[in-house]
Design a binder for this molecule. Structure first.
Ligand code: AMP
Length: 505
C-alpha cells in the first residue's frame, strides 16, 4: 500500500484541523495540506518524474518538508531527504549516488550546489525561498496517490557516515507502515490534540516519525529556527500543551542544562522519544528529574528505522524496581515486529547475558543498500540484519548495547567497551563529554585513550579521573592517556566521530 493514502485520508477525515504550524502560527489545515500535496505531485509528474524515480530534499525543517515528502509518494516516487547540515559537496554526492532527477533546495544553496555537481549531472535543482509553501503548484490539478506495494521503495536514507562514505538504505512503504503501526503498540499513543515538534533533522528519525501524527490528524510544528533551539522548544511546548518530539541524547542533555537554569518548570511535554546514540545514565536520571515521566527510548538504525527495541516510559522513569538502573542502561526489549538475537563471530546464537553481535529480522528490516550489493551481502545474511552493534540480552528480554563493534577495543586479548569507561568518566563533576578510543600498542594490541571535554570553569585533573576509574572498573580497562579537548568532533547528526579522534593519537 502507498503510505501517501494516510495523508489523503487525513485530509478528508480531519479537513478542518490545523496540520502545519510555523512556530505557533498555523500555516495549513489538513484540507489545505492534502490539496498542496496532490497539486505538487501533479507538478512533479508534469516535470517528468515517474514511478520509482528519486527526488531529493535538502533543506532545514520547514513547513514545505512534509508536503514535498508526500507529493513524491503520491506519484510513486522515492524521497531522498538529505541532512541540511551537510556541506554542498556532500549533498551533491548524495544527489548523484541516489540518481535523483530533481532536488528541492533552499535558494541560498542553489549556486553552491550547482558548483559541486558533476558537469554531466542531469539533476534539476528547484530552489525554494523561505516562505514557499509550494506556490508554484497552485494551478495544477490535484492527483490521487498511485498504487504501490509494500516492497516498493519509499525513502533512501543515507547513513550518517561516521566512517567512510554514507550508504543509501532502501526503506520501503511496508517497512515504514510496520514501524508506524507498531509505534502505537510498543512506544506510545498519539492523540488528536498532540503536536509533534520537528527539532531534530527531518532527514532522520524525527521525519520518519511524522507518520503516526498524520494517522491521528495531530499537528506538525516547525520551529522558526528550523531546528534545535532549546529556548524556542520550551516556548512551543508550553504554547501547544501536548508536545511530542524525537531527540538525540545530546539534545536532551542540552535541554536539561537549559531547563535547570530557568525559573519556570518545563511545561507541555507529553512524550520525548530518544535514541540514535548512547544515553548516559546520569543524563537520563537528571532529565527525568527535570521533565518528569515523559521519556521513551528506542534503538534503531537506518537499516531498521526506529524499530529494533524500546525502553518503555515506565522503565525509564520508575525507580522502584530492584534492577531499575540496569534497565536504564539498556535499550529495552525487542519491538513486536522484529526478532533480535545475539551471535558470536561464527554466527551461532548466544545464551542470555553473553556479549555478541546484535542481529535483527522482521518487517522493518531493509532489503539492502542502494546500488551496493557488496555492502548488502556483508550486512544481510539469511534475512538477518547484522547491526554492527555489540550487546547482550538478559533473561527478562532487556537488550544492553555495549558499543559499535568497530569501536570495541581489544587489549591483551580482553574486550573493552568504550561506553563503560565513558560512563565512569562522566561521573566526574568537571567532565562535560568523554569519548574512548583504542591506540595501537606493540605489546597489548591496543591501549585505552580517553578524550575529555571539561565543563566551563573546570580544570580536569588526571588524578581525579584515575581515582574514579580505580573505584569503578578493572585495571586493564583504565585509560593510559587522557587528552583534553574543547569539543568532540561530531557529524551532522551530533554523533561523535571516533575515526576523527583516532587521527589525533
Ligand atoms: P543511524 O543509522 O544513523 O540511525 O545510526 C544507528 C546507530 O546508532 C545504531 O547502530 C547504534 O549504534 C546507535 N544507536 C541508535 N539508537 C541507540 C540507542 N538508543 N542507544 C545507543 N545507541 C544507539
Amino acid at each position: 500500500m502507498n503510505l501517501a493514502l494516510w495523508l489523503a485520508r487525513a485530509s478528508r477525515d480531519f479537513a478542518e484541523r490545523d496540520a502545519l504550524f510555523h512556530g505557533t502560527k498555523s500555516v495549513a489545515s489538513y484540507a489545505v495540506l492534502g490539496r498542496l500535496v496532490a497539486q505538487t505531485a501533479t507538478w512533479l509528474s508534469e516535470r517528468g518524474i515517474r514511478v520509482g524515480e528519486r527526488v531529493a530534499i535538502f533543506m532545514p525543517n520547514r513547513p514545505d518538508y512534509l508536503p514535498l515528502l508526500y507529493a513524491v509518494w503520491y506519484l510513486g516516487g522515492v524521497v531522498v531527504p538529505v541532512n541540511a547540515k551537510l556541506h554542498p559537496k556532500e549533498a551533491a554526492w548524495v544527489f548523484e549516488n541516489s540518481g535523483a532527477k530533481l532536488a528541492f533546495v533552499m535558494a541560498d544553496f542553489n549556486k553552491a550546489l550547482e558548483n559541486e555537481l558533476n558537469s554531466k549531472s542531469v539533476i534539476e535543482l528547484v530552489p525554494l525561498n523561505s516562505n514557499s509553501l509550494l506556490e508554484f503548484s497552485v494551478d495544477c490539478i490535484p492527483m490521487a496517490p498511485v498504487e504501490r506495494n509494500n516492497d516498493d521503495l519509499a525513502w533512501l536514507f543515507y547513513t550518517s557516515g561516521t566512517t567512510g562514505r554514507p550508504k543509501g538504505v532502501m526503506i520501503t512503504h511496508g517497512m515504514l507502515s510496520a514501524m508506524a503501526l507498531n509505534y502505537f503498540v510498543d512506544v506510545d499513543a498519539v492523540y488528536k490534540d498532540d503536536v509533534t515538534i520537528y527539532a531534530a533533522p527531518m532527514s532522520h528519525g524525527a521525519g520518519i516519525y511524522n507518520l503516526m501524527h498524520v494517522l491521528r490528524g495531530a499537528g506538525h510544528v516547525y520551529p522558526l529556527s528550523g531546528g534545535f533551539d532549546p529556548s524556542e522548544i520550551f516556548t512551543l511546548a508550553a504554547h501547544f500543551g501536548s508536545a511530542h518530539m524525537f531527540l538525540t541524547p545530546t539534545m536532551i542533555k542540552r535541554m536539561s542544562q537549559i531547563a535547570s537554569k530557568r525559573e519556570d518548570k518545563p511545561k507541555g511535554f507529553r512524550t520525548i522519544v530518544y535514541g540514535g546514540g548512547p544515553m548516559y545514565v546520569a543524563d537520563i536520571i537528571e532529565a527525568v528529574d527535570i521533565f518528569g515521566d515523559v521519556f521513551v527510548q528506542i534503538y534503531g538504525q537506518g537499516e531498521c528505522p526506529m524499530a529494533i527495541s524500546v525502553l518503555s516510559r515506565k522503565d525509564v522513569s520508575d525507580r522502584s524496581h530492584i534492577r531499575w538502573k540496569d534497565r536504564l542502561v539498556s535499550v529495552g526489549k525487542a519491538q513486536s515486529i522484529v526478532q533480535v538475537q545475539i551471535v558470536d563471530e561464527a554466527g551461532t546464537a548466544l545464551p542470555f547475558g553473553s556479549d555478541g553481535e546484535i542481529m535483527v529480522r522482521g518487517s522493518a528490516v531493509m532489503p539492502g543498500y542502494w546500488n551496493n550489493p557488496e555492502a548488502t551481502k556483508t550486512t544481510i545474511t539469511n534475512n538477518w540484519l547484522i547491526t554492527g552493534d555489540i550487546g547482550a540480552i538478559d533473561k527478562d528480554g532487556y537488550l544492553t548495547l555495549r558499543d559499535r563493534s568497530k569501536d570495541l577495543i581489544i587489549s591483551g586479548g580482553s574486550n573493552i567497551y568504550p561506553r563503560e569507561i565513558e560512563e565512569v568518566l562522566l561521573m566526574c563533576p568537571g567532565v562535560e563529554e568523554a569519548s574512548i578510543v583504542g591506540k595501537p600498542h606493540p605489546e597489548w594490541g591496543e591501549e585505552v585513550v580517553a578524550f575529555v571535554v571539561p565543563k566551563a570553569g573546570y580544570e580536569i585533573r588526571k588524578e581525579e579521573l584515575d581515582a574514579l576509574c580505580e573505584h569503578n572498573i578493572a585495571r586493564f580497562k583504565r585509560p593510559k592517556h587522557y587528552v583534553c579537548l574543547n569539543e568532540l568532533p561530531k557529524n551532522s547528526y551530533g554523533k561523535v566521530l571516533k575515526a576523527g579522534l583516532r587521527k589525533l593519537i
